[in-house]
Design a protein around this ligand. Structure first.
Ligand code: FES
Ligand SMILES: [Fe+2]
Length: 460
């Protein structure tokens, strides 16, 4: 019988981790209300993540459209390891550790195309085929035959699986299959057709903050009232903000994954036509993701026909969106209960997010940067669903932009970035001991920390 995510849900009862875990994990999660602050800057904790989390977890290493043709490659770096994700001649993808089998030189950097289908070491010119098999050793007769065995010269491989237009890698050859590890969130995302989406733009920012504290800024909507007042009616009104915050439901899944979504279908929200259009305009202008200019145009287009006082404006707006998509050949997800996720979020443990809306999605990935527990590299993608046959070509990183760069970051991300480094600094205060979590709003933060402890403990 196929497991549904309700099955997974019903069996998952978030509670405290077994107390014996804390003998194996420093600064462990011993209380479900608190997160010890050292987890965000301790070198010891960071080293345990490097040893027991990153080499054994599935990671989103690349979007497929970064490597559209055979020989295309992109480098993915994680805690001192560099991986080359390479499109093969048959269209499949391999992920190879980026270290020459002679004397360790990194074979390629950044992204590009491997000319002649060969990976060539820039130091002494050894070569490999796209699949990592050795194809040439310069004056091979000068080496002892013992050290020239072909399977030993082959570049070391990671496990690779492709799902929803993304390349997922795992260093651990014994890791559980991706779909199992991503249960139940992969199925939920499949049901809203995220696999049909393609990159509209992709940018990075480097923040002086731990990778976990950075991502926790995106795991709840509790901060919207204060951090993004324009999205909460603009006034910072506490009662309005509370109503909005309470309308969101949070779910912690097994394996550390999480979700939040609207308690009601988007079309069922009591919102005037003006408020609905304005909210979407703020999203489109404020981040150019989730709601896009094109969506706002569609909603504007029905303003007069439907009437802004019509209590069913949002429902009519979504109908108009589907009509447009149908006419334009845009493969949208079937309307279903899961469209409650539009405007919500899926968190894939340990560090990948999708925030889908209207056949678009904002996506985030956070990872440690430069072997520093207090720095992270943060990727941001805006995805959208293009008409069939009109998908854009190769996706490329637009650049790494400063967190205050108003040309490259909209108001909404700048508002989020502004608190993250202040939080990291606050952690070092002698007047602060631990984060204090709300079981209602911050349960997915608790869940990810508990899963992290289980992973670390399992490896020791
Ligand atoms: S280090 Fe690569 S060929 Fe020598
Ligand atoms: Fe935010």
């Amino acid at each position: 019988m196929t497991r549904t995510y309700e099955d997974d849900l019903s069996e998952f009862a978030p509670g405290p981790n077994p107390p014996e875990l804390s003998t194996k994990v420093p600064f462990a999660m011993t209380d479900t209300n608190f997160v010890p602050k050292e987890r965000y800057y301790s070198r010891e904790f960071f080293e345990l993540e490097k040893e027991h989390l990153w080499p054994h977890t599935w990671q989103m290493a690349a979007r497929l459209e970064e490597i559209p043709c055979p020989g295309d490659f992109v480098e993915y770096e994680i805690v001192g390891n560099s991986i080359l994700v390479i499109r093969q001649h048959d269209g499949s993808v391999k992920a190879l550790h980026n270290a020459c089998r002679h004397r360790a030189t990194q074979l390629a950097k950044g992204c590009g195309t491997l000319l002649g289908g060969q990976i060539v070491c820039p130091f002494h010119g050894w070569r490999w085929n796209l699949d990592g098999t050795s194809s040439f050793v310069f004056i091979e007769s000068a080496f002892d035959a013992e050290s020239m065995k072909s399977d030993d010269l082959q570049l070391r491989e990671c496990q690779v699986e492709v799902w929803a237009g993304m390349v997922w890698i795992n260093f651990d050859q014994n890791a559980q299959p991706l779909k199992e590890a991503l249960s139940p969130v992969a199925d939920i995302l499949d049901s809203i057709a995220v696999g049909n989406m393609r990159v509209k733009w992709w940018k990075q920012v480097i923040l002086n903050a731990n990778w976990k504290i950075t991502q926790e800024a995106f795991l709840e909507g509790y901060h919207v009232m204060q951090t993004h007042p324009q999205l909460a009616g603009g006034s910072g009104d506490v009662e309005m903000g509370a109503l909005q915050a309470q309308a969101t439901e949070y779910t912690a899944f097994r394996n550390g994954h999480g979700r939040f979504q609207s308690g009601a279908g988007l079309g069922e929200l009591p919102m005037s036509g003006d408020d609905f259009i304005e909210f979407n305009r703020l999203l489109a202008e404020g981040q150019d993701a989730m709601a896009l200019e094109q969506d706002v145009k569609i909603f504007e287009g029905i303003r007069n026909k439907v009437g802004v006082d019509n209590p069913n404006f949002a429902e009519e707006a979504l109908k108009a969106l589907y009509d447009y998509a149908y006419g334009a050949g845009i493969p949208m997800a079937e309307a279903s209960e899961n469209l409650r996720l539009w405007g919500g979020e899926i968190f894939i443990f340990p560090n990948y997010f999708m925030l889908p809306m209207y056949g678009n999605s904002l996506c985030y990935r956070m990872r440690p940067y430069m072997d520093d527990p207090e720095k992270c590299l943060f990727d941001v993608w805006s995805l959208t669903t293009y008409p069939l046959g009109q998908e854009p070509g190769r996706a490329e990183l637009l650049g790494i932009f400063d967190k205050e760069d108003i040309e490259h970051w909209g108001l909404i991300p700048r508002q989020d970035f502004s608190n993250i480094e202040r939080q990291q600094q606050g952690l070092h205060s002698v007047g602060f001991e631990h984060h204090r979590l709300s079981p209602q709003f911050e349960k997915t933060i608790l869940n990810l920390h508990q899963e992290l402890d289980r992973r670390i403990a399992a490896g020791r």
